[in-house]
Structures are given as structure tokens and as C-alpha cells.
Design a protein around this ligand. Structure first.
Ligand code: SAM
Length: 227
């Protein structure tokens, strides 16, 4: 039986190089590694989970899809799941808040030296994740923005390297901001409308007005800037 991924996880799967050895942290049902193994895109996969329920689901699915000999399923907190002997080349952490993703990376960063690619899909606080990457010698190689079930998701692909990011890069993404795909404009114009509503409802003397006005100004500058 062939697994079908959500558009969000499908977009993540497209960032995994052919022949990778993948560790998927917070894998839940292990859908991402199962899909990639079924499509012969991985040499080996580890699906890891910190919670017992999702770990059991991952284990059951990996067995039911007949992939248990090509993968390990581990109950572990973050990068504790990374065993040097697995020779993991790609680590994915998807579908969590940006602060949680950052705390997982920070707690296990000494284990990341042999890893050649991180694929991170924060549900929010993307700026926190970008800031951690820049401060820890990772370079953004690609950024994707997709809309799935009326929500926008950013996917950050990073490899070892150096980068410097401006405050606009942190918030909007250096690559997304430069490329400005249609969905990028849609996301930020949606956000702009929300902020304009918030501003119109704030009393004249409210201290939040300056913060909201600044956010509106930044969106207008970035979305209008030419390629
Ligand atoms: N990665 C899948 C996806 O993108 O669809 C599942 C996302 S699910 C919302 C987040 C999963 O991360 C949960 O199953 C949770 O148990 C797991 N998780 C949270 N913190 C974790 C940690 N420190 N280490 C491993 N897994 C973690």
C-alpha cells in the first residue's frame, strides 16, 4: 500500500537528497520516512519520538508497511536519537513550534557535526529558527513556503556554512524575500490585513500601536520591493 503525504510533508520530502540517511525527529506516525523509503529515496531512516503514543504508531506503521529492516524507530528526546554509527546525513524536524525546534537543536548541537543537511518546518517563530542557524554556522540553502489546509508553512533547508541575516531576512526569509513566490505575497498580505484590523481597533494612545505600525511598514517594504 502506497502512502500519500499531505502537501506540507510532500514539500518536505522534496528537500531530502536521493540516497540520504535520514533522522526524522518528532516523526509521529513516521509518514515522512515511510514515504521516502517506499520511493527508494533513502539508504536508511530513523524515526524518533519523545512520546509513547506516537512512538507506538511509528513502530506499528513501519512494520505494517514492511520497512522495519530499512529503518529504526526510537523513543528518545530530540537529538538523543542520533547514534553516530547510523551515519545520519539529514535531520528533519517538522510540524513543531520554532522555539521547540530551536531548543532541540541547541540541546544536541554537539551531535550535528557529521550532518550535512537540516530540514526544518516550524509552525511559527521562523525568525527564532533562522537566528539559531546563523549563530551556529548553518547556511540557508533553500526556503519553501506552502499553503496546506488554509495554513502557511515555511520549510528551511540548511547546510553547514556561514550567513549573516538582517532583521528582514530573519522575519521574511532571505531566499523567500528575494524570490517572492505568489504564495509569499499571499501570506504576507493576509498578515498585513490582520495587522491593519488590529491597528484600527487599538485606542489612539495605546503603546502597542507603534509595534503594530512598524510590522505593517516592514511588510509593505518587503512585499513591494522589486526582485
Ligand atoms: N513531524 C510530523 C509532521 O510534521 O507531521 C509530526 C509533527 S507532530 C505535531 C510533533 C511531534 O513531535 C509530536 O508527536 C511530539 O511527540 C514530537 N516531539 C515533541 N518534542 C519532541 C522531542 N524533544 N523529541 C522528539 N519528538 C518530539
Amino acid at each position: 500500500m502506497e502512502l500519500r503525504l499531505s502537501p506540507r510533508l510532500k514539500a518536505v520530502s522534496e528537500c531530502v537528497p536521493q540516497g540520504s540517511r535520514l533522522l526524522d525527529i518528532g516523526s509521529d506516525h513516521a509518514y515522512l520516512p515511510i514515504f521516502l523509503l517506499q520511493n527508494h529515496q533513502l539508504d536508511f531512516a530513523v524515526a524518533s519520538e519523545v512520546a509513547a503514543g506516537p512512538y507506538e504508531a511509528a513502530l506499528k506503521n513501519m512494520t505494517e508497511y514492511g520497512l522495519a529492516d530499512k529503518a529504526a524507530v526510537r523513543l528518545a528526546d530530540g537529538l538523543a536519537a542520533l547514534d553516530a554509527s547510523d551515519q545520519i546525513s539529514v535531520v528533519s524536524i517538522c510540524g513543531m513550534g520554532g522555539r521547540l525546534i530551536t531548543s532541540i537543536l541547541e540541546a544536541g548541537k554537539q551531535k550535528l557535526a557529521p550532518v550535512s543537511r537540516l530540514i526544518l518546518q516550524p509552525n511559527n517563530c521562523e525568525d527564532t529558527v533562522r537566528s539559531w542557524l546563523a549563530a551556529n554556522s548553518f547556511l540557508l540553502k533553500d526556503e519553501k513556503l506552502i499553503k496546506d489546509s488554509q495554513k502557511f508553512y515555511e520549510i528551511l533547508v540548511a547546510e553547514p556554512g556561514k550567513m549573516e541575516l538582517s532583521s528582514q531576512d530573519l522575519r521574511f526569509g532571505p531566499i523567500l524575500r528575494r524570490e517572492q513566490p505568489a504564495v509569499f505575497k499571499e501570506k504576507w498580505l493576509t498578515e498585513l490585513r490582520k495587522l491593519e484590523t488590529v491597528l484600527s481597533e487599538l485606542p489612539e494612545e495605546h503603546t502597542e500601536r507603534a509595534v503594530v505600525s512598524q510590522k505593517i511598514k516592514a511588510i509593505k517594504e518587503v512585499v513591494n520591493e522589486s526582485k
